[in-house]
Design a protein around this ligand. Structure first.
Ligand code: LLP
Length: 423
């Protein structure tokens, strides 16, 4: 039996396997909560991007925020990817993982001067600038260092990506990007500023997008702008079309990356822009369904109104359900034959918002190991130490081989940075 989302995750007999590894076995050695990712699933998710872009100048910049473990970054660096970063911390991770700064684009509305300087010294490919104010500061920082910052403006095309309000970014009411009407004037300003070289244009309209239409609308708006920018004598070398492609959590049917890109390229070519380098910044679609979060069932609390299945993973380990009311699949790693009951799967954190799944039909017993599906993206990277809970360990499987790619945090790790007052 195959589960939604990934062909790499399937039951063999009664047991859930990721690649060739029986997931339950991992928890005996490595404990729970435990993130487990498949290297093969990540590379398989990347393949349609690379295939669709073959034969033209392009760069797939993996969005580090989705999953920033060094081994994940190493996997994508070795596969030829660049990276989309939003902090100097993420830049440091990329470099530590063997990624090349010359393939890094630096996004984000609030880059500090220190971050700008660090990225300039490292030699990043491009700053995705989000405001005129940022542009002026970047010009000062670059000039001060005797360097030139290659930039693209992140333009806000004002299209509705049809996704959750917290993860939709291309609307006028969002904090992101330069308004479409102001873009041309801002490009002219950029072209005149010292220490700034216009390299491209950038656009990212949101996340977990399951339709092609919003991308095509945004692209039309971007191409209109490119034409007016070039008519003003400013060359636009590359077009960065952002990330945002959705995945199947339950019954969503997002297009494949190959289909999305084919349609985008067809429009780009039809409008005579085929010579430009094309960048994408996918995060979730490369890693989301390549990972699961394993958690042990501690106690069952049947009740008159609700049945609670208390597990040892919590909102600090996986915030998406608490923060967005996001649905994430939950299955038992060992199929049981008795009739299922309806459970709210909740964690030990002292908040009513601490749930991982509501009204789930499951056959469970205390001691079982559940797998929260599609947890490879925005799982570990959004985790916290709330309730002084150490962060989970992370494993990467590759066929039948298992690698520990992050050790479990200890209490000592957590209190190390605190300081007592003098007596
Ligand atoms: N580029 C930029 C500028 C972004 O802001 C993002 C995501 C991406 C690329 C990658 O988008 P993706 O391909 O992963 O959709 N924490 C939320 C998602 C926030 C996305 C923020 N920006 C969640 O768990 O659903």
């Amino acid at each position: 039996m195959t589960l939604p989302g990934s062909p790499f995750l399937a039951y063999r007999g009664q047991d859930l396997f990721l690649d060739d590894v029986r997931l339950r076995d991992l928890t005996q050695q490595h404990g729970t909560p435990l993130y487990v990712y498949s290297k093969r699933a990540m590379l398989a998710a990347l393949a349609p991007y690379q295939k669709a872009l073959q034969g033209r100048a392009h760069l797939v910049c993996y969005a580090v925020k989705a999953n920033s473990n060094l081994a994940v970054l190493q996997t994508f660096a070795q596969a030829g990817c660049g990276f989309d970063i939003v902090s100097e911390g993420e830049l440091a991770r990329v470099l530590a993982a063997g990624g090349s700064a010359s393939k890094v684009v630096f996004s984000g509305v609030g880059k500090t001067r220190s971050e700008m300087a660090t990225a300039l010294k490292a030699g990043v490919k491009c700053f995705n600038v989000e405001s005129t104010a940022e542009l002026e500061v970047l010009s000062q920082v670059a000039s001060g260092l005797g360097q030139t910052a290659h930039i693209s403006l992140r333009v806000n095309p004002d299209v509705d990506a049809g996704t959750h309000p917290y993860i939709s970014t291309g609307l006028k009411g969002n904090k992101f990007g330069v308004a479409h009407e102001e873009a041309l004037a801002t490009y002219k300003r950029a072209a005149a500023l010292p220490g700034i070289h216009v390299a491209g244009i950038d656009c990212h309209i949101g996340s977990q997008i399951t339709e092609i239409a919003p991308y095509l609308d945004a692209l039309d708006r971007v191409l209109d702008l490119v034409e007016s920018i070039e008519a003003a004598g400013i060359t636009v070398h590359h077009m960065d079309l952002g990330g945002g492609l959705g995945i199947t959590y339950t019954d969503e049917t997002p297009p494949g990356a190959d289909e999305l890109i084919a349609q985008l390229l067809a429009k780009i070519d039809a409008r005579g822009h085929g010579q430009r380098e094309i960048l994408f910044e996918p995060g979730r679609s490369l890693v989301g369904n390549a990972g699961v979060l394993l958690t042990e069932v501690m106690f069952l609390k049947p009740g008159s109104q609700k049945n609670f299945c208390v597990v040892d993973a919590a909102m600090n380990d996986l915030m998406r359900p608490a923060l967005y009311e996001a649905y994430m699949g939950i299955v038992n790693t060992q199929l049981r034959t008795d009739a299922p009951a309806t459970w709210d799967v909740v964690g030990p954190v002292c908040e009513s918002g601490d749930w991982l799944g509501r009204d789930r039909s499951l056959t469970v017993q205390a001691g079982d190991v559940l797998a929260v599906l599609s947890a490879g993206a925005y799982g570990m990277t959004m985790s916290s130490n709330y309730n002084t809970r150490g962060r989970a360990a992370e494993l990467m499987v590759d066929g039948a081989t298992v690698h520990v790619i992050r050790s479990r945090e200890t209490v000592q790790d957590l209190i190390r940075h605190d300081h007592l007052l003098p007596n």
